[in-house]
Design a protein around this ligand. Sequence first.
Ligand SMILES: Cc1cc2nc3c(=O)[nH]c(=O)nc-3n(C[C@H](O)[C@H](O)[C@H](O)COP(=O)(O)OP(=O)(O)OC[C@H]3O[C@@H](n4cnc5c(N)ncnc54)[C@H](O)[C@@H]3O)c2cc1C
Length: 466
Amino acid sequence: MDADLVVVGCGPVGLMAAIRAAQHGLSVAAVDRLTEVYPLPRAIGMDDEIQRLFATAGMLDGLHRCSTPMPGAEFQDRYGTRVVGYDLEPGSVGPHGHPPVVAFDQPSLERLMQAHARAVGVDLRLGVEVVGLSNTTVHTDAGTITGRWVLGADGASSFVRKHLDIALEDQGFDEPWVVTDTTLLDPDLPLPRNCIQHCDPARVVTFVPGHGTRRRWEFQLQPGETHDEMSTHERVAELLAPWGTAAELQIDRVAVYRFHATVAERFRVGDVFIAGDAAHQMPPFNGQGMCAGMRDADNLAWKLAAVAAGQADPTLLDSYDVERRPHARGQVEHAADAGRLINAIAHGGEAALEAGYGGGRSFPHLEAGCVTGAHRRVGYPFPQPIVDGMGYDRALGDGWAAVTTVEDRPDLPAGVRAVDADPAWFPGLVESGITVLVRPDRYVAAVTDDPTSAVRALAAAGMRFG
Ligand SMILES: Cc1cc2nc3c(=O)[nH]c(=O)nc-3n(C[C@H](O)[C@H](O)[C@H](O)COP(=O)(O)OP(=O)(O)OC[C@H]3O[C@@H](n4cnc5c(N)ncnc54)[C@H](O)[C@@H]3O)c2cc1C
């Protein structure tokens, strides 16, 4: 065996999986057919849960260098009137202890992640194309690599997914859009501060204030407009004319995409898994495609490591699909509903305002898997308060933690770190006599006054702790 885990595809999701798996103690080989990071405009927004993951993985300083907090977001009608939206105070942090959303530059982020992957010991092989797969042996144009497990993080047209014959369930959204990233040349150009969905029937437009001088526009194509015609810089300059001239906005990159909404019918076949765009694709309106893939990566990494270390039975790996697929589907449905809302505001028709930014739609959580008990916070991320100017996660470490007020410590298995908590930091979650079991991916596995029984219940999902 060449490595515990072979990762196919080193986009952001494959890199995060490789980094987290290596940090949990696995040997990891990761291959990508490209030698450079993907150059076209793609992800630009990252939520606080994934910023927290970057912090856990030791990449927060690097993320700060290529990102800027977003001040708010809204859906506007044709007259520019807000239909639904929100504004944030400068310095706002969300429940994960980071700004609710930051705008970032995906190529810079991927370069940061490649360097970090190498630094944590990932055997990163760029310019290597995967051409075949037999069980967990990956055939490439540069030889074979055998792993105990294989992860296909090879993007929307995933070779691994197709090889495993995993079908995609279509969630019923499919629209062509042209996307352009520009550099703001004139700092006095009056552009919105917020991310805007401008739902104008003449043409629906998304505007995203990016990191530094980056400004992004996404234009919905009209019937009859072709990919070739709409992807020229001349045509994009015409579309940008209402916002700025060539002297004010420099067009850096242009790409035409079909925004669609799909979820793979399975995320695993035997010892081969899929994650990220290989497993689910969504329109970008909520900025969640990559974030959802990062959740896949972090969810899988600690489970593989627990099985390799003998702290869990291989059945724990069943929980990857059980937990991640419905969660990702929830986000795909939300993103498609946001697209439907855009069209309804622009052209009329029925759509729930709830799907808009600030519309109050609840975020998906883990409904089953390696969780136990009926407490309302089970299956949700454990919040991260800022205590003495620092994120509380430093107290949790990078494994299982039992956050408790109980002085006479419950009988916790080896490998679970007992952590004292001030209940005031965790209102409604950490209470007197209660123990909160937090997983390595920061999700709440149990909220209980009987941790011994909770630990026993988690054995049903494969956790043995050891
Ligand atoms: C316009 C737009 C805006 C977006 N905005 C956001 C946003 O704001 N926030 C957000 O979270 N997401 C956003 N997304 C989605 C996000 O870009 C993707 O979800 C994310 O890039 C997927 O990452 P990935 O690692 O799964 O796949 P990819 O980034 O596609 O990486 C897959 C990798 O696999 C490699 N590969 C493929 N086949 C092989 C093979 N056979 N052998 C070797 N290597 C292979 C490829 O070279 C590639 O590097 C947006 C997408 C678009 C198009």
